[in-house]
Design a protein around this ligand. Structure first.
Ligand code: IMP
Length: 423
């Protein structure tokens, strides 16, 4: 049985959490493969809103096993808060949340280093969520990191102390003012570790491959989006992991020939949070309307998201890099009411028209060229069948399907589980 992947195709915040939650009933196992608490997956059902940062979005279903894979970085402090929120809502998790021994730990000093690194960059800052993601992955690739499996050793505190001491010295290097109380941070961290240790640590690659052999259905859940990928995103304004399909192989230990469907999630328009180029960004009332109607504020940091029209050049790039087999279009309801809807189909790149994503997409190099579509007025939020969708929306979707060569199988018309239309 194959492993299906679910990935964001833009700059994150596409609505992956909702779709994983909707799809979970089809799967035995949901596995997160990269990123960490920089992600914020919002799920709304039964009148309650839940935000997950590290825990896979399948946790709200009775049967699914949820695996935090080796490619994920875990902050025990944030993880503890997530678990306490589940406790509060009486959501059971002890037997259905498994943690890879090879996942790396975010130490309090990783967060401090993130803050110092950003502060030292001034205007060139990445706009990081400041959750310690970059420094933790740097320690991973630098072969200095602490892993969940280390917590099973008697000397884990010695490892922790040595790494923390090194980080404190590194903080001096940045020569910026970062205030902290190490004792308080450590207390919080150790309380987080105690809570983490109540869960089962596993050799997740073995567990998942055994599950594949036993014909279990697995959904690999991505975080962030393809344009934030460390290799293929808008570097250096990216996150520090591979958010694309290949990241699922390395972040879970699954071979490429075990991958089945690749579900690509995109918004009917585009958003970005943090710094970095965004060719179709709007600075006019259309952008403000998208932000307002779409409640475009980050689930993790609360920052306002930048908004713009759909960028088909970037979308096709993401589809290609990931091998997307099915598309899912989110937040279609937000576009109701626009007289004209634009889609970027060509880039004017230094005077030349191109149809691929070039190395450099800063505004001085790239100007988007748009195709225009007639908008629709209907409120989509209470629709539940594809034959209710307005004709102009169908024309918009068909255009995207024709341009990308990939079918749009789900149209989301609101944040609730129920507001999901299958095509
Ligand atoms: P970091 O991963 O926290 O270091 O942030 C690096 C960049 O990725 C910043 O521009 C963040 O705003 C962005 N980013 C990280 N995680 C997410 C996410 O889950 N959704 C959207 N943007 C994100």
């Amino acid at each position: 049985m194959a492993v299906d992947l679910l990935l964001g195709l833009q700059w994150g915040d596409e609505g992956k959490g909702k779709i994983v939650d909707v799809l979970t009933k089809e799967y035995d196992i949901i596995a997160r493969f990269q990123g960490g608490p920089n992600a914020g997956h919002t799920l709304i059902f039964d009148g309650n809103k839940h935000v997950l940062h590290t825990i896979p979005s399948g946790i709200f279903h009775d049967k699914a096993i949820n695996v935090v894979g080796n490619g994920v970085v875990i902050d025990p402090v944030i993880f503890k808060k997530e678990l306490e929120n589940l406790d509060k809502h009486k959501i059971p998790y002890t037997n259905k949340l498994l943690i890879s021994r090879k996942a790396h730990l975010i130490l309090p000093t990783h967060r401090l280093l993130d803050a110092a690194s950003e502060a030292s960059k001034g205007k060139a800052k990445i706009g990081s969520t400041l959750k310690g993601i970059g420094p933790t992955y740097m320690d991973k690739t630098g072969r200095n990191g602490m892993r969940v499996g280390d917590l099973e050793l008697d000397n884990w505190k010695e490892k922790y102390d040595a790494l923390t001491e090194k980080h404190i010295k590194m903080l001096d290097f940045f020569n910026v003012d970062v205030q902290y109380n190490l004792k308080e941070l450590e207390e919080e961290f150790c309380a987080g570790i105690d809570k983490l240790k109540t869960l089962q640590f596993i050799d997740s690659e073995e567990f998942l491959n055994q599950a594949i052999n036993s014909k279990k259905k697995i959904l690999a859940e991505g975080a962030q989006g393809s344009l934030l990928d460390i290799d293929f995103g808008t570097y250096p304004f990216v996150t520090s992991s591979n958010t694309t399909a290949a990241g699922a192989c390395t972040g879970l230990g699954i071979a490429p020939n075990k991958i089945g469907d690749v579900f690509g999630i995109f918004k009917a328009y585009t958003t970005r949070v943090g710094s970095g180029p965004f060719p179709t960004e709007l600075f006019d009332k259309n952008g403000a309307t998208m932000a307002k109607v779409g409640h475009e504020f980050g689930a993790t940091t609360g920052r306002a998201r930048r908004c713009g029209w759909l960028d088909l050049i970037a979308l096709k790039y993401a589809i290609q890099v990931n091998g997307v087999t099915q598309l899912m279009m989110m937040k279609s309801d937000v576009l109701s009411g626009f007289d004209t809807i634009k889609v970027c189909t060509v880039y004017n790149y230094n005077g030349e028209e191109i149809a691929h994503l070039p190395y450099n997409i800063e505004p001085e190099n790239v100007t988007p060229v748009y195709s225009e579509f007639k908008g629709w007025k209907e409120d989509l939020t209470s629709m539940n069948s594809s034959n209710q969708l307005p004709e102009n929306l169908e024309i918009y979707i068909s255009f995207i399907e024709k341009e990308t060569g990939v079918p749009v199988k789900i149209v989301s018309v609101g944040p609730d589980r129920k507001q999901t239309i299958l095509r």
